[in-house]
Design a protein around this ligand. Structure first.
Ligand code: NAD
Ligand code: WQD
Length: 350
């Protein structure tokens, strides 16, 4: 399988770039297809430097069948890792049709073209959001799905349903639905990381911008939840651990498992206040915050039971919360303007 290419849609993005690096280091040959709507080619240039191996890049859009046919005609693929999506929860309620078009129609196009070219191995980026408000935490893969409170989350649930129908109809298909919990952190080198456009929606990128002085304080969305300190609890996972999860999922596909869903999380929950404290410790800086109203749609606690991935994929996350915070801060320190500015110094200088 290693002689053939793996197509990575959205591979220039945050999780995609870290995964491409891990795949190259494991020996896979990679083609990235990305429309660069939320990413920068500089990320892939740095991935090539870190891996010492090339990434084949194809600028294209998954909503265009012609783009997909072109890339599938150029390369012989055996599997696809499908990251390409737009992901801002709030924005998805403002422009839902754009979200359904990009994420659902785009995924549908991709699977149709995969069928056409007889490439029937897929790893799909799903999300813990498909569980809605879990009845039991840590949540496992047999839990009820939904109801999901926003269009972005529904795009993930709908694509999962499409995949399940497809696999039922054709046993040649093998799909790992990877349900990511809360990805954070950056590669330990400080050379690649997350570069959000505008004001971040997610907690850690917001905290980073407060630390940089670009935002005045962190807004904690509610401290009256039924959690130990009243603030929301989530399962944060280092992006490099997610990357190794994708390598493990590809190996699973080689065993022809049919359609399988796996939670990728650590199993440990951190509250918003604990995250603020952890970032203060990692940066040795004080982080101002204010408690404000709850954010609509938020749940109190969401943590993963990832024991299935551990048993069936042989995967477990190894990086601690301290490493998540330190790596994120190193990336920020070396790249204060993300990929828009020059890399400031070597990681050793931090
Ligand atoms: P990202 O925005 O950094 O990466 C997505 C990439 O897809 C970007 O490079 C973007 O340019 C590209 N893209 C978007 N639409 C495209 C299209 N129509 N055609 C081609 N390329 C397109 O996001 P990320 O955080 O790396 O997320 C990757 C995947 O993981 C997404 O599917 C996302 O929904 C999912 N996910 C993310 C999180 C998270 O918190 N980051 C959590 C759970 C699931
Ligand atoms: C984490 C905690 C907030 C920001 C979202 C998506 C989910 C997935 C991951 C893609 C919560 C609190 C946040 C802030 C805060 N994405 N918070 N102040 O909501 O768990 O998940 O990203 O699939 O679909 O919904 O992550 O980082 O936004 O929030 O207090 O400025 O931090 O209330 O408790 P969330 P998050």
């Amino acid at each position: 399988m290693r002689q053939k290419y793996v197509l990575v849609t959205g591979g220039a993005g945050y999780i995609g770039s870290h995964t491409v690096l891990e795949l190259l280091q494991t020996g896979y040959k990679i083609v990235v297809m990305d429309n660069l709507s939320n990413s920068n080619l500089e990320a892939l240039r740095r991935v090539e430097i870190l891996a010492g191996r090339p990434v084949h890049f194809f600028k294209g859009d998954i909503t265009s069948t012609a783009d997909l046919e072109r890339v599938f005609s150029q390369y012989a693929f055996w599997a696809v890792i499908h990251f390409a999506a737009i992901k801002a929860v709030g924005e998805s309620a403002q422009i839902p049709l754009d979200y359904y078009h990009n994420n659902v129609t785009g995924s549908l196009n991709l699977m149709r073209v995969m069928n056409q070219f007889k490439v029937k191995n897929l790893v799909f980026s799903s999300s813990a959001t498909v569980y809605g408000e879990p009845e039991i935490v840590p949540v496992n893969e047999t839990a009820r799905l939904g109801p999901v409170t926003n269009p972005y989350g529904r795009t993930k649930l709908f694509v999962e349903e499409m995949v399940r129908d497809l696999c039922k109809s054709d046993p040649e298909w093998n799909v790992c639905l990877l349900r990511f919990f809360n990805p954070v952190g950056a590669h330990v080198s400080g050379m690649i990381g997350e570069h959000p456009q505008g004001i971040p929606n997610n907690l850690l990128p917001y905290v980073i911008q407060v630390l940089q002085g670009r935002l005045p304080h962190v807004c904690i969305y509610g401290d009256d939840y039924d959690t130990p300190d009243g603030t929301g609890v989530r399962d944060y996972i280092h992006v490099s651990d997610l990357a190794t999860g994708h390598v493990a999922a590809l190996r699973k596909l080689e065993k022809r498992p049919g359609c399988v869903a796996y939670n990728l999380g650590t199993g440990t929950g951190y509250s918003v206040k604990q995250i603020v404290n952890a970032m203060e410790k990692a940066t040795k800086k004080k982080i101002p915050y204010k408690v404000v109203d709850r954010r609509p749609g938020d749940v109190a606690t969401c943590t993963a039971d990832a024991s299935l991935a551990n048993r069936e994929l042989g995967w477990s996350p190894i990086r601690s919360m301290d490493e998540m915070c330190q790596d994120m801060w190193r990336w920020t320190h070396l790249n204060p303007q993300g990929y828009d500015g020059p890399l400031k110094a070597t990681a050793a200088a931090v």
